[in-house]
Design a protein around this ligand. Structure first.
Ligand code: PMP
Ligand code: GLU
Length: 404
């Protein structure tokens, strides 16, 4: 069958593919260290599970919700956002709304659909999450990548963003805390970014904040709109339960955005997917967000501990220059380009796919190659697995990197 050129123009999600491969190999009985996981390997907090149980008893949990989600939940999410970002109660000037979707991947896709005309450019800050460029292309847009590397702490310079702006630039996606680097952008960066936005009054910002609750180093993540509240009027804030509540399979994400954007996204949903899972929406409406802290504290301690293990093992092995300290989310980027192993490869090309393949085939370790994040010759290491296998995997990686 002849497939559309639109679908032929995008690639499979490498994160989904690798995670599926690691699970499949484990089920076949192979010993696999899965360092490609983009989800917490635990169940959500029991207070949330209880709410799901409770909602099983109601007819409404099984019926369609409004296309944009239940109004009471949307209200609750705005209030929670205002509280958690320490915004004044009047930070949103009248026209604001929330739309719930089937995970924030779906939220982002619909937000881009509401914004992009064919040929519009959307700026991505490398390293960027793998699905952004593909979603932009699917809507007929053009991703414009602003680069960074380990020496920049994987944070692109504001001046480089400015240079990437053209008359066709429609939007920029900012993802802090960042997948895959595991860093959040500094207060100073956010201040400079707020300044830059003043120079480009038509630029829309999609602020992907799905990892904002998972930060284990001070100072905690901050955002440009906390510096200048007026910037909220052209910002689409994206969040989800996937990472915060360890509930990737329940598929619930949302955008907080100006009413016109939410209406446009709701129009797309009303003709394509309808509103997301009613049962989970109702459980979230009942859930007290105060339980998040006690749920996430041990999670963050665990991630911090694995990050420390990685650092120490790399330092001991003389590979201290191959990483930049992670601060949040559950990832750590490593740079291969100055390791002894890399001498086998041509330095001016990207070999991250080949290196990730070698790690899988020779050591039984899955990592996500940097090629799909826009940073050559790097890989993303997920920090979520248990401490003992994590340590074993890092020892194997270090040995591999030091082999000439
Ligand atoms: N944004 C980022 C940065 C991500 O890493 C992910 C990965 N899950 C998503 C959005 C989408 O998450 P979900 O659809 O599970 O809410
Ligand atoms: N966001 C996670 C990751 O980057 C989950 C997989 C996905 O949705 O891409 O691994």
């Amino acid at each position: 069958m002849l497939l559309s050129s639109r679908v032929k123009g995008i690639s499979d999600s490498i994160t989904m593919k690798l995670n599926e491969k690691a699970i499949q190999l484990t089920e076949e009985g192979k010993v696999i260290y899965n360092l490609s996981g983009g989800q917490l390997p635990i169940k959500p907090t029991h207070e949330f599970i209880e709410k799901i149980h409770h909602q099983l008893n109601f007819l409404k949990s099984y019926q369609y919700s409004p296309s944009a989600g239940f109004p009471a939940l949307r209200k609750k999410l705005i209030n929670h956002f205002v509280d958690s970002r320490k915004l004044p109660s009047d930070a949103f000037e009248n026209d604001w709304d929330v739309i719930l979707s089937n995970g924030s991947k779906h939220t982002l896709y619909n937000a881009l659909g509401a914004l992009i005309d064919p040929g519009d450019e959307v700026i991505l800050l490398a390293p960027y999450w793998v699905s952004y460029p593909e979603m932009i292309k699917f809507w007929g847009g053009i991703p414009t990548v602003v680069k960074s590397n380990v020496f920049d702490a994987f944070v692109p310079a504001i001046d480089d963003i400015k240079k990437a702006m053209t008359p066709r630039t429609k939007a920029i996606i900012v993802n802090s805390p960042n997948n895959p680097s595991g860093v959040h952008y500094s207060d100073a960066w956010m201040r400079e970014f707020a300044q830059l936005l003043k120079e480009f009054p038509d630029l829309v910002v999609i602020s992907d904040e799905v990892y904002s609750d998972i930060s284990y180093f001070d100072p905690k993540p901050s955002y440009f709109y906390q510096i200048d509240h007026s910037l909220l009027s052209r910002t689409i804030i994206v969040h989800a339960i996937s990472k915060t509540l360890a509930a990737t399979g329940l598929r619930l994400g949302w955008a907080i955005a100006p009413g016109s954007v939410v209406s446009a996204m709701a129009k797309i949903q009303s003709q394509t997917t309808s509103g997301p899972n009613s049962l989970i929406q109702r459980a979230l409406l009942d859930f007290d967000f105060h339980f998040l802290e006690s749920f996430l504290t041990p999670v963050k301690n665990h991630i911090r501990q694995n990050a420390a293990t990685l650092r120490e093992k790399f330092r001991e092995a003389g590979l201290g220059h191959c990483w930049y300290q992670s601060t949040s989310a559950f990832y750590f980027m490593i740079d291969f380009s100055r390791t002894p192993m890399f001498k086998r490869f041509k330095p001016d090309q990207d070999h991250s796919d080949a290196i990730a393949d070698e790690l899988l085939n020779n050591e039984g370790i899955t990592v996500v190659p940097g090629s799909d994040f826009g940073i050559p010759n790097t890989a993303r290491i997920s920090l979520v697995i248990e401490e003992v296998p994590f340590q074993e995997a890092i020892i194997k990686i270090v040995k591999y990197l030091n082999k000439v």
